[in-house]
Design a protein. Structure first.
Length: 70
């Protein structure tokens, strides 16, 4: 799971679309395309869109599983 390195901060449950894109080394536009396609789950918090860190873990697991099966 994606967590901060410092012990003083609680783990983040939701991250911005931009932060998620940065963690995956992809563009913000590509991240929104993955969300729209249903590849990565996102939630709305008011007017803001956030990515649960578990959704990134699930996406990476699917990618690795699909690539290993091919």
């Amino acid at each position: 799971m994606v967590t901060p390195t410092g012990d003083s901060e609680p783990p983040r449950l939701l991250i911005t679309v931009e932060a998620a894109a940065e963690l995956l080394s992809i563009s913000r536009t590509r991240m929104y395309a993955l969300i729209k396609a249903g590849e990565v789950m996102s939630v709305r918090v008011g007017r803001l869109r956030r990515i649960p860190v578990g959704a990134l873990d699930a996406f990476m697991t699917r990618l690795l599983t699909d690539q290993n099966a091919a």
